[in-house]
Design a protein around this ligand. Structure first.
Ligand code: NAP
Length: 681
């Protein structure tokens, strides 16, 4: 059998493993299948390459351009995923596990591509929040903006998800406009190497955007500056060592850590045997214990159940776990494969024996279990093991020792307050699940356990068919947790992108803010054109261009007509005495919707033209009541333009409605789709 030479990709060159490389063994056969590591790594050169080549090109792109790059990367990986499946069996993973790692990683890229396009601007600056009014007359304003870090993101990953682990960090990094150096865990780095090759050969990424270190990082972390950052996934021990390095501390280098976690799952007091929730709980727990052979940072390590339900829960888990066939992961009959290596097996057995000081093993015997299609001695196989801890208040190890395999401990609780105490004894976790149909229990746990968790997963009969699973971080929601879990946060859609950007508070005049943000700010210079803005194509509209309408007086007949016509005969519009008793109104007032409708009547141009549709209205505020006899006028200003596709783009208009005394009565942002060409003209 040929031994795979796992290469690194540094400064545009593939570099072979050399004499200092480490052997990597198959999780299933124990044979040496690959070697990774090189002494020829020029770490300074790699950082310089990323900073000088990748960074500037990525930063020159807009969020939409980067999002489209992510979509292409996802598509090319999807085309080649069979190759990734084939090579991944040697890590001990089954085909189902591959779906989480490989398809899950590709799906994460797709989600970030779509969020980048829908939730971020087609621009280089991301605006965080709205304009802050810092002065009485609006001549000095504030706005938070985010721009990409000008260094390199170093991604250090754990062995359990060689593809997802890389892509869940790479997607937000590239979307932010920052180049990455990826360092997978050596035990499974041959899978990551293949995924990186597929992406690089597709020639989608700019030079310097992605580099790979297979094997050790050498002195790379010592060379980082404050514009670089580290995103780490792995054990608490390694995280502590790396984040405490003098260079990281001295330069305040951002260090995101995702580390160990003793995640809990709580069976609600209402979820008795015979309820859909009880069956759901057993299914979730047995699945979480055995997927990836329990080598999941989010796996359920502590099973917290009402005291009287301990026995029924153990028996139901015994039945469920007995169906889990263990063996060669490439065999279709296998439900659970091997741990990644014999070292990992030794570690899991040692940790299980420590947990055994507090708890009794009630399911699974590592000395006696059956294996299909593989050699029990050569491969890193262990059975699912369930421990029972009768006194979880006194026990220490069940709440502090993570056996990173199919190992979990069941423990009783007296009432919901006690369940929360036990869950929080994990001292900060990535996730806790609560299986309950009782909404009050859910709220109590959210209030008291929220601060100890990055994610709380509630499931019951109503959501179980569509729920995503206790153990699955989804790209839309944050992944991370306080305390023992590392204090880091990843994913969460656009929130995840922000970790790779600097938030800066910008203060200045409306003109300055308009120029920086490419979004017109009220108070900035207005441009007036002779022709109506609705008659001009998307390209011919300028930021800040303002159209002023003539005035229209509102009569009592208008208000009554509108009330009868729409059916909105609310007393404030119809009953003078009742309206007067209301603290907001001087007497009968016009409907806010009447003001909006009349405003549209004032600014709309009736002819067929480049305005295709009104797609929404944001940030509407009614500032002052309008009464019969008042006259309103409208100022319509081009606030922001976003190209949407080849035919049209979105125009965000700032609309200010004022009365005869020039007082603002309503303000909002109107969204229209405007054609690039002249439709129908
Ligand atoms: P690990 O031994 O801590 O290794 C993690 C990564 O750090 C690997 O890439 C490893 O590379 C690297 N590393 C180790 N020492 C280093 C050093 N001195 N300098 C630079 N890099 C170094 O963890 P693991 O065994 O791969 O993963 C299992 C652990 O990860 C478990 O504790 C699990 O809870 C945790 N985990 C957490 C999450 C999460 O999202 N919170 C996800 C998955 C796993 P080498 O392999 O080359 O040593």
């Amino acid at each position: 059998m040929t031994i795979h030479n796992v290469m690194s990709f540094a400064a545009g060159q593939w570099i072979s493993a050399d004499d200092c490389a480490r052997d990597i063994r198959s999780a299933v056969t124990g044979e040496v299948i690959a070697r990774a590591g090189t002494s020829a790594l020029d770490t300074g050169g790699m950082l310089e390459f990323a900073r000088a080549k990748g960074g500037p090109v990525l930063r020159a792109m807009t969020f939409h351009q980067r999002a489209s790059m992510l979509k292409k990367l996802a598509a090319v990986l999807d085309q080649h995923k069979q190759k990734l499946y084939d090579i991944s069996f040697a890590t001990g993973a089954t085909q189902k596990d591959h779906l989480i790692d490989i398809d899950g990683g590709i799906g994460t890229l797709f989600v970030f591509a779509s969020k980048g396009r829908r939730e971020m601007p087609d621009a280089q600056i991301y605006l965080d929040g709205n304009i802050e009014q810092l002065s009485r007359n609006g001549t000095f304003l504030g706005q938070h903006i985010c721009t990409p870090l000008q260094g390199v993101a170093v991604h250090i990953n754990a062995f359990n998800f060689p593809v997802w682990g890389m892509l869940e960090k790479l997607a937000p990094t590239l979307l932010a406009g920052v180049p990455a150096i990826v360092k997978p865990a050596t035990a499974s780095c041959y899978v990551t190497e293949l995924a990186v090759r597929i992406m690089l050969e597709a020639d989608i990424l700019p030079e310097g955007a992605l580099q790979l270190v297979s094997g050790g990082l050498d002195d790379l972390l010592n060379r980082l500056t404050h514009q670089d950052m580290v995103s780490f996934t792995g054990s608490a021990e390694t995280a502590l060592k790396l984040r405490a390095a003098p260079n990281i501390l001295e330069n305040s280098i951002r260090f995101i850590a995702e580390q160990d976690s003793l995640n809990a799952s709580v069976l609600g007091p209402d979820a008795k045997p015979g309820t859909p929730e009880f069956d759901l709980f057993v299914k979730e727990v047995s699945r979480e214990m055995t997927v990836k052979a329990g080598q999941k940072c989010t796996a359920i390590r502590r099973i917290v159940v009402p005291e009287p339900l301990v026995e029924p829960a153990i028996e139901a888990l015994r039945t469920a776990l007995a169906k889990v066939t263990i063996g060669d992961p490439s065999n279709e009959a296998t439900r659970m494969g091997a741990l990644v290596s014999s070292e990992q097996k030794a570690d899991v057995l040692e940790k299980a024996s420590i947990i055994g000081r507090d708890a009794e093993r009630v399911i699974g015997d590592p000395q006696n279990f059956s294996i299909i299609g593989a050699d029990a001695e050569a491969g890193a196989f262990v059975p699912p093991m369930l421990f029972y801890c009768a006194d979880p208040d006194q026990a220490e190890h069940v709440h502090t020792v993570e056996a990173f395999g199919p190992v979990s401990t069941i423990m009783p609780y007296r009432d919901v307050t006690h369940a929360i105490e036990l869950v929080n004894k994990g001292q900060g976790s990535l996730v806790a699940s609560i299986i309950t149909h009782d909404t009050r229990v859910a709220r109590e746990i959210a209030l008291e356990a929220g601060a100890f968790h990055g994610r709380l997963y509630f499931n019951n009969r109503d959501s179980m068919k569509e729920s995503t699973g206790h153990g699955s971080p989804v790209p839309h929601m944050v992944h991370g947790g306080p305390g023992r879990a590392g204090g880091g946060e990843e994913l969460g859609g656009v929130r995840g992108v922000m970790h790779y950007m600097q938030r800066t508070a910008i203060q200045g005049s409306p003109d300055i803010l308009t120029a920086i943000t490419e979004k017109w700010v009220p108070g900035a210079i207005e441009i007036t054109e002779d022709d109506h803005p609705f008659t001009r194509t998307f390209q011919r509209l300028s930021l800040g261009e303002t159209f002023k309408t003539p005035a229209r007086q509102i009569s009592l007949e208008d208000i009554e007509h509108f009330a009868e016509f729409t059916g909105d005969t609310f007393y404030a519009h119809m009953d003078e005495a009742a309206a007067k008793r209301n603290p907001f109104f001087p007497g009968r007032v016009a409907h806010g919707y009447l003001v909006l409708s009349f405003a549209a009547g004032l600014f709309v141009h009736p002819d067929e033209g480049p305005v295709l549709a009104n797609t929404g209205l944001d940030n509407l505020r009614f500032m002052k009541p309008v009464t019969a006899g008042d006259s309103i006028t409208v100022r319509l200003s081009v606030q922001h333009k976003t190209p949407r596709n080849a035919d049209y783009g979105e125009v965000r208009w700032h609309v200010a409605v004022t009365n005869q005394d020039n007082e603002l009565v309503a303000e909002y942002e109107l969204l229209t789709m405007n054609a690039y060409g002249n439709v129908g003209l």
